[in-house]
Design a protein around this ligand. Structure first.
Ligand code: ADP
Ligand code: MG
Length: 548
């Protein structure tokens, strides 16, 4: 008996579909791209359960007639390219003729479409990629696609799909990217019947960016042109960098792409004025001849190949470098950076008892601070050197963990609720995690204004911390609450600890050391770095060749 046999068309289609539509966000992206290719001026997106239950896209584009409608969902059918020459210079978003077929084969689908020239539209329904019905329907010109129960026919894949909240975040991320790349088009997004946003037609890139990111960003205009490449957009000033790379948008010929090397090129252009863990915020629209870029590298078209990659990088770096130079000469930027005063620094100036601990170390004991970082003293025939930041981090982490675990996070009320300046996506993530934030000590009211915050963060730049916490949540791949909270507590401890450069009084040094040695695991900070080093007197004697 033969064991090798050809797969059925359906099996082939489902396998291929899995490659193209790995997650609901890819389906949404493909459907929106189809609306863009159809020259829509407004695109409405409705989702249920992160797109797993339902995705609906309504556009006012050129539509399809009945004959095309009955072709569009078949594999490798497209209206966008015909001859081989077309593949060399692809101008449309789609071209592979795979998206509708793939989505259709793993869902239940309904497509309605009407061309502006005809008086009515047609509606077809599909199940696992097969036509079930076709009827005339009254509708405005354009196309309306509904996708129900994505992946229902692929049980194996379903279990890889994580929670709807996460899928929703991925969709939101793509929709924002696409909406930023197409500021002239109106986009609206509704999730679980709640309107998430509705941005009007004919906006400028800057208006879109201000809507989706923080309003008070200081952005520098990027304008660059040479023979082949034109680069335009905005880039943040050094002071407005963030600690995650999620606010970087790159479009090549209007197509949102994700390219790590471009991101690196931009970061390098900022030179050493950006700390290594900071990222610039930017939106860059790169226009190059269609022949010089290959978008046909990957079914999802997230990446592109440039004919001359190095040239593009060099031009991007030049564009960014010029922008920074024109707007703020480098030496000024460096000066500004060094005057930042940390929270602990502020507290110390007010001479507050920072650690509030029993003062057990002998009063005669001298403790010296070196390099505004190391506390050096003698104890039991040992010379001890403590890293003040690592030590304080350990102390605060233990304290926070204890408070968090017993649900007794010490909070302070804020007299008049404080609005937090957050980007669109950040607000969404915050509202999804509101209870979790509460446990960390951040209490928000219904309007997402802060009404209480953790005691230890008093006087800190709370906005930045919340923003960074949200970014940590997004980045955290592990989903259990325990690992997440542990990470965030470590982060909070790090952010509120004294740093290098904070002068400590002798009393504060003493308190810090005492408290450190009271904590379990006091040899290491929560990130694993040592908190102190000790050298025995006998070892010193040996080194100095003082043998008795
Ligand atoms: P591709 O976009 O690569 O051509 P798709 O499977 O995404 O392949 O779509 C197949 C065809 O269906 C498109 O080429 C287009 O002719 C038609 N189509 C899909 N969506 C729309 C839409 N929203 N408006 C008009 N035509 C559409
Ligand atoms: Mg398409």
């Amino acid at each position: 008996m033969r064991t090798i046999h050809k797969l059925s068309q359906e099996q082939i289609a489902k396998i291929a579909a899995g490659e193209v539509i790995e997650k609901p966000s890819f389906a949404v992206k493909e459907l929106i791209e189809n609306s863009l290719d159809a020259k829509a001026s407004q695109i409405q997106i409705f989702l249920e359960e992160g797109g797993l239950k339902k995705i609906q896209i309504i556009d006012d584009g050129i539509g399809m007639n009945e004959a095309d409608l009955k072709e569009c969902f078949k594999l490798h059918t497209t209206s966008k390219i015909s001859g081989e020459d077309d593949l060399v210079a692809i101008r449309s978003m789609g071209f592979r003729g795979e998206a509708l077929a793939s989505i259709a084969s793993i869902s239940r689908m309904s497509i309605q479409s009407r061309q502006p020239s005809s008086s009515a539209g047609t509606q077809i329904t599909l199940e696992e990629g097969k036509l079930v019905s076709s009827t005339p329907v009254g509708m405005p010109p354009g196309t309306q696609i509904e996708v129900f129960d994505l992946f229902y026919s692929v049980p194996g894949r379903k279990k890889f799909i994580e929670n709807p909240a996460k899928e929703y975040r991925a969709i939101l991320d793509w929709v924002i990217r696409i909406a930023l790349a197409n500021p002239a088009i109106r986009f609206s997004l509704t999730h679980n019947k709640k309107l998430v946003f509705d941005v009007p037609k004919n906006q400028t890139t800057l208006q879109r960016l201000q809507f989706f990111l923080k309003e008070n960003l200081s952005l520098l205009p990027v304008e660059f042109e040479d023979t082949y490449v034109q680069i335009s957009g905005f880039s943040s000033s050094v002071e407005h960098s963030t600690s995650s790379s999620t606010k970087q948008f790159v479009f090549v010929n209007n197509r949102p792409i994700i390219d790590r090397l471009i991101n690196t090129a931009v970061k390098e252009a900022y030179g050493n004025v950006l700390e290594s863990n900071k990222y610039p915020i930017y939106i860059l629209s790169i226009t190059i001849p269609f022949e010089m870029v290959d978008v046909n590298v990957h079914p999802r078209k997230e990446q592109v190949n440039f004919l001359n990659r190095q040239l593009i990088f060099d031009q991007i770096q030049k564009a960014i470098y010029q922008t920074i130079q024109i707007n703020s000469p480098l030496h000024e930027i460096q000066k500004q950076k060094s005057i930042t005063t940390s929270f602990a620094g502020k507290l110390l100036k007010q001479d507050v008892d920072l650690f509030g601990v029993a003062k057990k170390i002998d009063n005669d004991q001298k403790i010296a601070q070196f390099f505004e970082l190391y506390l050096v003293f003698q104890a039991q025939n040992q010379l001890i050197m403590v890293d003040q930041h690592a030590a304080h981090e350990r102390i605060l982490y233990e304290q926070l963990k204890q408070e968090f675990n017993t649900k007794k996070t010490k909070k302070v009320k804020i007299a008049s609720p404080q609005a937090i300046n957050l980007s669109f996506a950040e607000k969404e993530i915050l509202s999804q995690n509101i209870l979790f934030f509460k446990e960390l000590g951040f209490v928000f009211n219904k309007k997402l204004k802060l009404t209480a915050m953790p005691m230890i963060l008093q006087d800190r730049s709370i906005e930045e911390i919340i923003s960074e916490l949200i970014e940590q949540i997004v980045q955290d791949k592990r989903i259990t609450l325990d690992t997440k909270s542990e990470q965030l507590l470590k982060y909070l401890a790090c952010r509120s600890a004294v740093k290098q450069g904070d002068k400590l009084t002798e009393q504060q040094s003493k308190d810090l050391i005492e408290k450190l040695f009271e904590t379990p695991d006091h040899t290491h900070c929560p990130h694993g770095r040592p908190t102190f080093m000790a050298t025995a007197l006998s070892e010193l004697n040996k080194q100095f060749k003082r043998f008795k």
